[in-house]
Design a binder for this molecule. Structure first.
Ligand SMILES: [Zn+2]
Ligand SMILES: [Zn+2]
Length: 144
């Protein structure tokens, strides 16, 4: 357990061209198993929320509108996944960009009933099923 969390956490993509910082990170992560996240990431994607004003980004970022209300971003040079962001909302950043995220606590799995058999996450975190998530949030389960 960390005694003193850094006030500002810095991170970077695989090639180092994209540099990010997050002020006062929440130190909690969630995982998503929706069809789009499975396809984009390989199996599941982890994210942690940060308000827009807490995040700085430098470098060659490419984005894709994966749904009508959200974008996904990656490094143009090395392809490292950076974030998913709903329009007008804060960032959902990938923890792996930040060495300081190693002790982040998993608080929630979304689309838990859609997880691949090879992605089984232990622990007492919340497990939100597809139907429950889609009742409360805009969604696109998959694209053609
Ligand atoms: Zn890169
Ligand atoms: Zn997802």
């Amino acid at each position: 357990m960390r005694n003193e969390a850094p006030e500002t956490m810095t991170g970077h993509c695989l090639c180092g061209a994209v540099r990010l910082s997050v002020a006062h990170p929440v130190r909690e992560a969630s995982a998503c198993h929706c069809a789009m996240c499975r396809r984009w990431s390989g199996a599941a994607i982890w994210g942690f929320e940060a308000p827009a004003e807490a995040v700085t980004v430098q470098g060659p970022v490419e984005t894709y509108r994966s749904s009508s209300f959200a974008e996904r971003a990656w490094c143009r040079r090395c392809g490292t996944h950076l974030w998913i962001r709903d329009d007008g909302e804060g960032f959902d950043l990938t923890p792996g960009l930040f060495d300081d995220a190693a002790d982040f606590v998993l608080t929630r799995e979304v689309y838990a009933d859609r997880a691949f058999d090879c992605v089984s996450l232990a622990g007492g975190h919340a497990r939100v099923k597809r139907a429950d998530y889609e009742r409360d949030h805009p969604f696109v389960e998959d694209k053609p």
